[in-house]
Design a protein around this ligand. Sequence first.
Ligand code: NAP
Ligand code: GLV
Length: 320
Amino acid sequence: MPDKVLVTRRIPAAGLRLLEAEGFDLTVFSEEVPGRTELLEAARGASGVLSTVTERIDAGFMDAAGDNLKVVANMAVGYDNVDVTAARERGIVVTNTPGVLTETTADVAFMLMLAAARRLGEGERMLRSGKWRYWGPELLTGPDVWGKTLGIIGMGRIGEAVARRARGFEMDILYTSRSRKERVERKTGARRVHLDELLRESDFISIHTPLTTETRHLIGEPELQKMKPTAVLVNTSRGPVVDEAALADALAELLIFAAGLDVYEEEPAVHPKLLQLENVVLAPHIGSASIETRSKMAELAAENLRSVLRGERPANPVNL
Ligand code: NAP
Ligand code: GLV
């Protein structure tokens, strides 16, 4: 009997081809996010699940799948949607897709930094609504990005890729991380500081930590109060790392200049106050959404799943 494998969303063809070639008994959901009941029903008896960030893979899901479940291969580098402890207790391997999305996500962080500083969203809205009347000496001016100080919170793979881009913009780089990154320091001139110093000294702040119990609301009202009034905050990590209500208040009161966001606390909902503000650029969680990268992520997730079901060690386990 072939192993039963559930793919929770339609994924790029490269990933599906690999699973088909292995001869799995495949159930592939559509582009839509499946409802919880539908998902639990489809998971019953599965040996492998290829999930995405929109599915909550918790103890309830694992129990609904049953004793056959050996692997949850998340098509993302972040895996806060998977209860890794519950998986470990049940002997289920969890894998993710690090590395293949690093440069693509760093591009989006930089794009948001530039767009928020140079007021691209505001300008586009003005133009499209027919309100752009002429070139103006002070129309839509914002701070330069080049030559400024960038604070990176979480100097991992994506943080480092953002730091490399910042070098091209002649920026000084400060960072926080749980551990020191001497190689990155040599390569980019980045300097490790305490979060307080980073918040006070940076012109731009970009967040690249995973979502964990330590990083939930890492940036809230007290941290926003410490930032420069000219600061621009960018978040491409996970929504709950920033207190969204506190950020909306800070932007409305011009406590900081602007923000660029790709992720939200309750996706796809966005804090209603943010939707009303001109000084925030809002992207719909597209950090890794290049054609090439999504294809690589699907392929890597499928390879990880296949390895576990073949009895091999997967390339990217997070709980072995
Ligand atoms: P990574 O290489 O594991 O880097 C994460 C970094 O965060 C590490 O350097 C880690 O420090 C640091 N860190 C962890 N806890 C911290 C804390 N409490 N304070 C300060 N730094 C802390 O991961 P990555 O590949 O760069 O990805 C980072 C995150 O980006 C993912 O977890 C995911 O949530 C998010 N992401 C979002 C998108 C998107 O579409 N928007 C795309 C890809 C990834 P140490 O190295 O010292 O442990
Ligand atoms: C996307 O958000 C990821 O974590 O890969």
